[in-house]
Design a protein around this ligand. Structure first.
Ligand SMILES: Cc1cc2nc3c(=O)[nH]c(=O)nc-3n(C[C@H](O)[C@H](O)[C@H](O)COP(=O)(O)O)c2cc1C
Length: 152
């Protein structure tokens, strides 16, 4: 039998903790996964894991800067990488920076999962926000299903 991948999800989730809903649901259903909130002190080293999830709210069409800065320094070479995000409006290209970094580190890019997240940034606040009620239960379940689809 193949040994299981040791997996960690490194995440940044500040605006409404939308992305955290996804990673917490994964942790609840797959307790072996480790979580690293890069806004908090963490006991983990990425080098101790085989598979690294990178999860973030989308800020100015990208993954959060503090997360990407951290990974620029700490993402080891030759790992398996996947990406997860929540955003106010779906668009292609949000994971471009993650993919580029994975390639630079010779990491295998396993895939990505993205869904809507409540957004009250800037002018959207005046309208009561957009993507209210997201991520929905279905979207959160979708994140768990995506994670499970990666295999053990
Ligand atoms: C400063 C700022 C910039 C944002 N820029 C975008 C954007 O470019 N595209 C988008 O779809 N959503 C954008 N959003 C909305 C967030 O991506 C969305 O609310 C996300 O779910 C936040 O995730 P979090 O709660 O995990 O931090 C922005 C939100 C903030 C606060």
């Amino acid at each position: 039998m193949e040994p299981e991948n040791r997996t960690i999800i490194v995440f940044y989730s500040k605006h409404h903790r939308n992305t955290q809903l996804l990673v917490d649901a994964i942790k609840k259903r797959e307790p072996a996964v480790a979580l690293m909130n890069i806004s908090e002190i963490s006991p983990y080293y990425l080098s101790d894991f085989d598979r690294i999830g990178i999860a973030s709210g989308i800020y100015y069409s990208r993954f959060a800067k503090p997360l990407m800065k951290y990974l620029e320094v700490h993402l080891p070479e030759n790992k398996k990488v996947f990406a997860m995000f929540t955003c106010g409006q779906m668009n292609s290209g949000y994971t471009k920076g993650v993919k580029a970094l994975a390639e630079k580190r010779n990491c295998e890019y396993l895939g990505e999962y993205g869904c809507l997240g409540f957004d009250t940034f800037g002018p959207f606040k005046l309208m009561g926000g957009i993507s209210k009620g997201h991520p929905s239960i279905t979207e959160i379940t979708g994140a768990v299903d995506f994670y499970r689809s990666l295999g053990k």
